[in-house]
Design a protein around this ligand. Sequence first.
Ligand code: ADE
Length: 242
Amino acid sequence: MSWTATILTLFPDMFPGPLGQSLAGKALDAGSWHCDARDLRPFGLGRHNTVDDTPCGGGAGMVMRPDVVDAALAAVSRDDGAPCVYLTPRGRPLTQADIRRYATGPGVTLLCGRYEGVDERVLEARAIEQVSIGDYVLSGGETAALVLLDACVRLLPGVMGSAESGVEESFSDGLLEYPHYTRPAEWDGRAVPDVLLSGNHAAISRWRREQSERVTRERRPDLWAAHLSNTTRSSVQEGHPI
Ligand code: ADE
């Protein structure tokens, strides 16, 4: 069985959406992964298949009912150990390490919330991972699920054309990637850095590393601090002077 995404959503037609195109779309057509989007609505209660109710304690919006979500989860439950992930701005930040973990397993079950979110009890009771794709609020978990899936699918075996393109990229060693250039050698009065045209591969590697470090330091002090503490720790472990 190929890597499978089971998605629980009130909007199943949003899948595969953009992932039906380009790299992920070709991989989907080739059977490298499977996209199984299931509608939560039929699990709703009563004549209107109601999935939500007012928040206990008052306040704006509606909350998705735990019994409804649980019935849907039970109906799609998998016996392959795939993790179940709920997309929410209250989750821990999604990282490339999470993506690698999901991509190397059998797949994922993704729970997409709408309204104010899902009743906390079903998330606790079913040990559902809660993950956020960033510090902003989307109108629902579906677009976040598409982001997570895009990041996973490109790592699946045989999906990405060249093997290196998955290795030397942003976050792979805790740094952002160096800047890229192509022809023409001069454009709009701006030249490609000389070193990249020098043919000196050692100098190019050195320049790229310096650029990665500079960009990370300037744009992502959080990643830079983590990188420094990792390199310090591994130097100490290997007995090298810092
Ligand atoms: N649902 C709404 N906003 C979200 C976010 N930032 N990340 C994940 N899921 C979400």
